[in-house]
Design a protein around this ligand. Structure first.
Ligand SMILES: [Zn+2]
Ligand SMILES: [Zn+2]
Length: 319
């Protein structure tokens, strides 16, 4: 018998070309997962495409600060998904091509030989679907307007690379302001509690912000004791964040920080340590320290100034 096999029909494979386009989906909140390619980091975060810098821009890891091409920030799950979709498209095309080559020659006459080829498709390649993870803090960058989500609170903006610590400080100071407004409309005891609480929040917000800004540069400084922090920042960064204030402002912000220490650790009762450090002539040992809404309001303004100064010195754009 003379039988010539016709050429392999690759119509469907050809249509695929040498690349497969896989479109990635966003999660229910419009976020798209990203993963830092640095082996020691592999930090996971999410961004909303199109909300930040327009046009091509490198991607910044919010955790370690690594920056690189967007195409290097795929998550492992996204890559598995893309691979499986590509493989499925390839095998589907291959199967269609093979199917189109099916043939059957029936035997002729009494002793003819029949020959046929039937294609039995195997199980289709499974698509490796994935789900983006839930994260802890959502941020809209006040520098480039990118909407992104991270673990923890602090980090670099994935689009513009500006650290969000000053922005988070501003948000916390805003909350403290709201507490002070609320205090005006409630009875005295609760009001004084709210004012004290607002003060504690201002100090912890500044402490969290300052520590984080320094930690971003690998230096560990606490900011609950302002005078000590000022010296340490001078030593480590050759920058004085206190020089934006008048001596009176500086001494009043230090006093208010000492008041916070009493509230947090001594139920607000004045002790010797406070008298030594706070420069507060009205204070009497054994009596409760006086914290007014006005002085907390004034300190919020001062902290905004100090925060900006510290941020520019440590994380601001290089001159
Ligand atoms: Zn990283
Ligand atoms: Zn940004």
């Amino acid at each position: 018998m003379n039988y010539a096999m016709s050429g392999f029909n690759t119509r469907n494979l050809d249509r695929l070309g040498n690349q497969v386009r896989v479109s990635m989906k966003v999660d229910e909140d419009g976020y798209f997962g990203r993963e830092c390619p640095v082996q020691e980091c592999l930090g996971y975060f999410k961004v909303t495409a199109g909300t930040g810098i327009q046009g091509p821009a490198p991607c910044h890891c919010p955790y370690c600060g690594h920056s690189g091409d967007n195409n290097t920030f795929w998550t492992q799950e996204q890559l598995e998904y893309a691979k499986s979709v590509g493989l499925r498209q390839f095998t589907d095309a291959l199967q269609s091509d093979l199917k189109s080559m099916e043939f059957e020659h029936r035997p002729r006459g009494g002793f003819g030989i029949g020959i046929s080829m039937k294609f039995k498709p195997g199980a289709p390649v499974p698509i490796r679907h994935y789900k983006e993870k839930a994260l802890e803090t959502e941020v809209v960058c006040d520098h480039c307007t990118l909407r992104y989500a991270i673990y923890g609170v602090f980090g670099w903006c994935p689009d513009c690379g500006v650290h969000n610590s000053l922005q988070i400080l501003g948000k916390n100071l805003e909350l403290a302001r709201k507490q002070l407004v609320l205090a005006e409309s409630v009875e005295k005891e609760l009001a004084s509690h709210l004012v004290g609480d607002a003060l504690e929040n201002v100090v912890s917000a500044f402490d969290g912000f300052g520590r984080e800004a320094c930690a971003a540069k690998g230096i560990d400084i606490q900011f609950q004791n302002l005078a000590g922090a000022r010296r340490r920042v001078q030593d480590s960064f050759q920058a004085d964040f206190g020089d934006a204030l008048t001596p009176d402002e500086w001494s009043s912000v230090c006093r208010v920080f000492q008041k916070r220490h009493l509230l947090a650790h001594k139920m607000g009762v004045v002790d010797e340590d406070y008298l030594k450090k706070a420069n507060d002539p009205g204070a009497v040992i054994g009596r409760k320290v006086d914290v007014s809404s006005q002085e907390v309001t004034a300190v919020i303004v001062i902290i905004e100034t100090l925060g900006k100064r510290l941020f520019d010195a440590i994380l601001g754009p290089k001159p």
